[in-house]
Write a protein that binds this ligand. Sequence first.
Ligand code: G
Ligand code: G
Ligand code: MN
Ligand code: NA
Length: 251
Amino acid sequence: LKLLQELRRALQRDEMVLHYQPKFRADGGGVIGAEALVRWQHPGLGLLGPDTFIPIAERSGLILPLGDWVLDQACAQLRQWHDAGHATWSMAVNLSPLQFSSTTLLDTVKATLERHGLAPHHLTLEVTETTAMQDVEASLQILHGLTAMGVKISIDDFGTGYSSLLYLKRMPATELKIDRAFVRDLEDNAEDAAIVSSIVALGRSLQLQIVAEGVETAGQRDYLNELGCDLLQGYHLGKPVDAEAFLRNAA
Ligand code: G
Ligand code: G
Ligand code: MN
Ligand code: NA
């Protein structure tokens, strides 16, 4: 309860920060952009990760103002990076179930992109498979609204939820993000390798970009590239860091 009260004040007190994790081309090419990941610089407890406060924010509805702040901050940052010469970079922002089903999502996204003078295709919204499955018809409508605007959609944590292939086929997504559970033991587990390989084949046939997350070793990186992943993300390639460190690492 105390944490919830503090969280209510955290936005006004400027205690929320975004870290950015780079997304790389799997073929050894460079950074194509970043995923924004929120943290809370708590005055007493130090830097808190999203797992400690996103669930509270979701239950209380605070995720809506928090999510608006994240989107605005991430777009402001991307604007700066574009102006600094990295005009091809894109930004990925995570959406919680409540944000995703909010009636104001489309207007907020549109207004935020306009405010920062960003082309919609530079923004990717990440929705988990489970979120997108909650109310299929409503989700499809939201997703169509977003893609009509030109925003990209990534299905996050793919492989851990229960989406049917029929639904996936109807979904106007642009990217599948293979959950890190399939990446962890990839090198010594033939089943995981087979799963990754099938997700790649599925994604190809649906014309989706394939991203693997949780890449922690050079061996995993090479294997995922061989299996046909387009983009990679993980500690081996780049950890989530603040904006300044992100730019320094990418330069
Ligand atoms: O940053 P970290 O790897 O600890 O993130 C843990 C979880 O929190 C991930 O599932 C991630 O998608 C989620 N998360 C991180 N930032 C945000 C955010 O800005 N909004 C929402 N809704 N979830 C986030
Ligand atoms: O659910 P989502 O994909 O948004 O999760 C992002 C989370 O994954 C962040 O909390 C981030 O810190 C974490 N993460 C990023 N790269 C790695 C990695 O290589 N290994 C592990 N274990 N976690 C990672
Ligand atoms: Mn994500
Ligand atoms: Na994920």
